[in-house]
Design a protein around this ligand. Sequence first.
Ligand code: OGA
Ligand code: FE
Length: 279
Amino acid sequence: MPSLTLDTVPGDLFYFSPPADGSEPYNRVNTDPNSTLPLSNWTPEKHTVQIENVRGREAFYTLDEAGFQYFKHPAGHTAFIDEDQIKAEYYLESADLIKEITGASRVVLFDHTIRRRIPGQVDMVGKRQPVKEVHVDQTTSSAISRVHLHLPPSEAPELLKHRFQIINLWRPISHPAFDMPLTLCDYRTVDTENDLVAVARIAPERRGQTYRVKYNPQHQWKYLKGMTPEEFVLIKCFDSTEEKGVSIYTPHTAFPDPSAPDDTLPRESIELRALVFYD
Ligand code: OGA
Ligand code: FE
C-alpha cells in the first residue's frame, strides 16, 4: 500500500517578538568586520514546526498561489566568483527565464546575494550566511521605493500604474543544498493583516524595510530536499495586484534540517532579486 504519511521533518524556525523596551525594531546588514554594533534589537522566538519535503509534489506549489515555484533549468553561468561576470552572464540569463515564466513585459534585476556557509561565522559583508529568521525581503513601502531607486524618474511613475512584483530567484551553487536548506511558507496560510511586522533594515549604503513574521500555527512550511544547482525556486516577495487569492508576500528562512546527511557540504547559494513589470 502506498504510504499516506507526508515526508516531513521538524524544523526550528525563528519568528519575531518585539523589543522589550518598545523601541522600533531593526536589523543591521552588510556590517563591517570591525563593527561592534548590535545586529538587531529584537528577540527571535523559536518555534519547532513540521516542514514538508515537496519533492515529487512540486507542481502543487505555484508562484501566484503558494507564492513560490520550483523549476529545473541548469544555469549557463556556474562559477559565481567574479561579480562582473555574474552581472554580465547570470543576470542576463536569469532575467530571460523570469520573463519567460511570468510573461512580464520587463524584468530588472537589482541585487544579488551569494551565501557560502562557514560554521560559526557571523553574517557580514563579503561573508553572507544563511538567514536564520523568518522574513519577507520587502514591505509594500520598500517595494515601491525599489522602483524609484532602480528605474529612471522618467519611467517610475508610469510603471507604478501597472502591476509589478518583486521576485527572487534562489539557486544552490556547486553542490546540492542539503545543509541549511531554504524553507518557504505557503502564502495561503499567511494572515497578512496580523502576521507581518515592518522592521528597519539598516545597511551602510541605505536604510530600508523588511517584514519579520509573528508565529501563527496556521503556517504551512515547505522545502525541496537536496535542491541541486540545476534547480531553482522563484519566491514572490511582493505583488501590487489587488486580485483576491493571489500571493503577495512569501515568508521564508533557512533552517537546520535534522535529516540532512552527516557528510553534507556547507550550503552555497545565490539569490537574485528582480523587479517584474507588466503592461
Ligand atoms: C532570500 C533569502 C536566505 C538564505 O533568498 O531572499 O532570504 O538563507 N535567502 O538563502
Ligand atoms: Fe529573503
